[in-house]
Design a protein around this ligand. Sequence first.
Ligand SMILES: [Mg+2]
Length: 388
Amino acid sequence: MERKSVALSTQKQKRQRKIIHFDCDCFYASIEMRDNPALRGKPIAVGGSPERRGVVATCNYEAREFGIHSAMASATARRLCPDLIIIRTDMEKYRLASSRIHAIFQRYTDLIEPLSLDEAYLDVSDCDAFRGSAIRIAEAIRNEVRETVGITISAGIAPNKFLAKIASDWNKPDGQFAVLPNEVEDFVAKLAVKKLHGVGKVTAAKMHKLNLKTCKDLQNFGADALTEHFGSFGERLFQLSKGIDNRPVSTDRIRKSVSVENTFDTDLPDLDSCREAMLRLLPKLQKRLDRLDRQYSIKKQFVKLKFHDFVTTTVEMVSENTDINNYRALCEQGFARGERPVRLIGVGVRVEPLVSNSLSPSGNQLSLLPELAEMPEQRKRTEHERNS
Ligand SMILES: [Mg+2]
């Protein structure tokens, strides 16, 4: 009896997984176009106003033709495209659309891992719909989202999360792409290293110096050499380069913190430059907080500094908001611990989920002070963000 159950579970582990990564196409902008069809075909952005130093949260494809992208200062966006229509962000509306999309997902599987309001992984390995065809399940979900929510969503289908996420970008917008198990090897061989999760600007530049441009190059370089050059990340890089990723689709993804960080091309020499760089990260932090798939309350604020010798320090304080003066003070304390050039800065909050699942605005919602939400763009993106 016992032997039988062991055999069964081994069989189950070996079975091919079917993961779908869904990602709405220019989500906020799509919702606004849905609600006001006169906007269709025109360049639009959703975000803060240029007069108040606002930032673009999302823009449609027409706006992207002008070089506009998210996190760009609205004033810059307007300069690039004088006809740009800028619409104020309406998070409650986007949250409602998101919950309707999730209700559609739920009809096919309970194994859903939301990444943000407009993105999620689904594990459909055990879903019997369409005789278990993940490709047809993805098509059906995309059709239902189009018909009932009124926006388009793209999908990537693959044996794991890493490949599914890359695949959802392949035929975007309003498309899907599958990497079948027998295609994984060929697919990753040609894949550029910058597509790998965790490989940002700095790591990619280092790889290019070593002439590592594709996953095939990483495979040939070998696990040992990768560890030698990239430390503990080396082993993971080797796995990814072979298309291996065993991370499960995790349904109880409760966040403990939300943060944004940036590694600088040139070390920041002093406290003033650190403080300035830190302030530039705050609009990005706000965007992350806005996009959380559920509601949390803030418990602490923190600042992380990594000095040029890679020594890292994190300073935090109890807080219920993202007070800008607290961040200034934390940055100062952190810098005082090292008093030497800084290569990386992170800012964030420790959070706890709110018990209520309500979609209505609550007094405890995450939001920055108004002047913070209107801060100018941050110019560089972090290693992590680039890939997320
Ligand atoms: Mg999206």
